[in-house]
Design a binder for this molecule. Structure first.
Ligand code: HEM
Ligand SMILES: [Cu+2]
Length: 553
């Protein structure tokens, strides 16, 4: 029997998903403009500039779309696996949603009115209006409030189920929230104590190096805040869709713990080319960066183990016969499988980015843009798309019709093709030296710069073609979202209801200490202290003169 969660929880989740897709709509439109501007095929009117659009693109897609979607997914899954929210949890969740949305709107208004073209990384000494930073701060505080609501719901469940391990979905949600809260400490510190006083003119200068380091203390785990919910779908939802079980409950939980431990004390790998940080600390953080390979390979191993075991149970023979038994015609599976597949070149590129000498070659080039479009823009975003296809109908009680499923295949395939073209072009252009974040791509006819326009794949035109296909795909998705929200026929018969697929997970053999969060929080904080205390205190005590604010637009 498939049960829908309580109506009020559904409304809460749908509100988050609605905002997510509104951001997606505007954000991908900005992306379309960007590829044409870089290709010199489009000039913007005087009142709009490239960096304004690029800021909107980064904020709307990387921050707003992802975060709202993730919370919509968490709310649904927590209500499904732990039972309906009580009135308090519900109230606090709405409060968080409200604060987050006020913050988002404030930040967007500042971007649109041209007072915050500082890109989503808001590097000092670029200086936006102080209200932009207040918007960002409210946004983060809002996520914390919802996070606390979900943790509260979990604590209530734990009290009623003493000595029991929580369901895997809830466990992973709590792990992700713990990671998020620890990570945000960095961005909150720099925004509250550095950016806001400086932007409002209460102090004249800012310590640039410190602000960047605190930003990346947050910026790297931010990536894992996007990725872990995608991993949740891979670990918990995919096995159910293919008719199997979670490969190993303890392995899944352990890998999430390792992600918490190894994704925070590593921010310096974004600052390898920056002076002011001793090479020893860069080295240490790079070593810790590579540790993340352990839980990543654990994840890959256990997913393929589930695929193989299930495929063989369904009669697949020989070395790879099981592969053909997977439900390729089921978009809920295929979308997620392709998403995982993109993570292979994404992970390989990440190893390159994190390596000292290779980073020297690709730092601040279009390579990096190619990299995050095949990590966040595809494995994460496409997993969210694959989840969206059933999650919205599940929440609205509407049917997932045959024609929508067909359209969903077209959407996923066009996104893959667009991304392959765009991101391959970006990777190669980056190797040739094309900078990222620039509207000015011709460089007065410089011969090196002109080469960026005449390769086959290594070409700004290829990038624009890929970007256009992506935008086309995004519009199909918006159509699917719209239809599943309001237009598909309501499910009446039992078999028409769309399910929330959650695989069976064998908790029996899982050691209890994996759910003793205090141990893991303590270990995480110790690692962070080792990696950051000395270099951050050096930055404060031996700081050069601070910088005034600059407005380059
Ligand atoms: C229609 C789909 C998309 C297109 C055409 C597109 C295009 C682009 C282009 C051309 C740039 C580089 C601009 C430059 O460096 O000058 C860019 C940057 C970026 N994109 Fe996308 N993108 C799309 C979807 C996405 C998605 C789904 C995400 C994340 C969920 C994303 C996240 C980002 C981020 C974070 C940046 C960096 C912004 C910055 O440098 O400040 N994009 N995009
Ligand atoms: Cu990183």
């Amino acid at each position: 029997m498939n049960q829908q969660i309580a109506k009020q929880d559904r409304v809460l989740a749908l509100s988050h998903i609605g905002v997510a897709y509104f951001a997606f709509l505007v954000g991908t439109f900005c992306g379309l403009l960007q590829v044409f501007i870089r290709n010199d095929a489009l000039d913007l009117p005087a009142w709009l500039d490239y960096y304004q659009i690029l800021t909107a693109h980064g904020v709307l897609l990387a921050l707003v779309f992802t975060t709202y979607f993730i919370f919509g997914f968490f709310i649904t899954g927590m209500s499904k696996t732990l039972g309906s929210f009580g009135p308090k949890v519900r109230f606090v969740s709405w409060l968080g949603f409200g604060v987050m949305t006020v913050g988002t709107l404030l930040a967007i208004v500042m971007i649109v009115s041209g007072q915050a073209s500082v890109l989503y990384t808001f590097y000092a000494p670029l200086q936006a209006s102080g209200w932009y930073y207040i918007g960002l701060a409210l946004f983060v505080v809002g996520t914390w409030i919802i996070g606390f609501a979900l943790v509260g719901h979990y604590i209530i469940w734990k009290r009623e189920h003493k000595k029991q391990l929580s369901p895997l979905f809830a466990y992973m949600t709590i792990a992700t929230i713990i990671l998020w809260i620890i990570a945000c400490l960095g961005v909150v510190a720099t925004v509250l104590f550095q950016f806001i006083p400086w932007a409002f003119g209460w102090v004249d200068t800012i310590n640039v190096e410190l602000s960047r380091s605190l930003f990346w203390y947050f910026g790297h785990p931010l990536v894992y805040f996007w990725l872990l919910p995608a991993y949740m779908a891979w670990y918990v939802i995919v096995p159910k869709i293919i008719g199997g079980k979670v490969f190993s409950d303890s392995l899944a939980r352990l890998s999430f713990i390792l992600f918490i431990l190894f994704s925070i004390p590593v921010g310096f790998h974004h600052q390898l080319t920056e002076p002011g940080i001793e090479s020893f600390w860069k080295f240490l953080q790079t070593v810790l960066t590579f540790m993340v390979i352990i839980p990543s390979l654990m994840t890959a191993f256990s997913l393929f183990a589930t695929f193989e075991i299930t495929g063989r149970q369904k009669g697949g023979r020989g070395l790879f016969g099981w592969f053909t038994r997977l439900p390729w015609k089921d978009i809920r599976f295929t979308a997620l499988f392709i998403a995982m597949f993109f993570f292979i070149p994404g992970g390989a590129g990440g190893i390159i980015n994190a390596s000292f000498q290779l980073n020297e070659v690709i730092h601040n080039t279009l390579w990096v843009v190619g990299h995050f479009h095949i990590t966040v823009g595809t494995p994460v975003a496409m997993t969210f798309m694959g989840v969206t296809f059933w999650l919205i109908p599940y929440l609205t009680g509407r049917k997932l019709t045959k024609s929508i499923q067909k359209l969903a295949f077209i959407q996923v395939f066009s996104w893959s093709i667009g991304m392959l073209l765009m991101s391959t072009a970006q990777h190669i252009l980056g190797l040739l030296g094309a900078p990222r974040r620039t509207a000015y791509s011709g460089y007065n006819g410089n011969s090196e710069a002109l080469k960026w326009f005449d390769g086959i794949i290594s070409n700004h035109v290829t990038m624009a073609i890929g970007g256009s296909i992506l935008f086309f795909s995004a519009m199909i998705l918006i159509y699917i979202v719209f239809v599943s929200f309001v237009a598909s026929p309501k499910a009446v018969k039992e078999e028409d209801f769309v399910e929330f697929p959650i695989a069976e997970s064998d908790v029996e053999n899982t050691p209890k200490f994996l759910e003793n969060w205090w141990i893991w929080i303590a270990v995480a904080l110790i690692l962070i202290a080792i990696a950051y205390t000395v270099p951050l205190s050096n930055m404060m005590h031996h700081a050069p003169v601070g910088s005034n604010g600059f407005k380059t637009w």
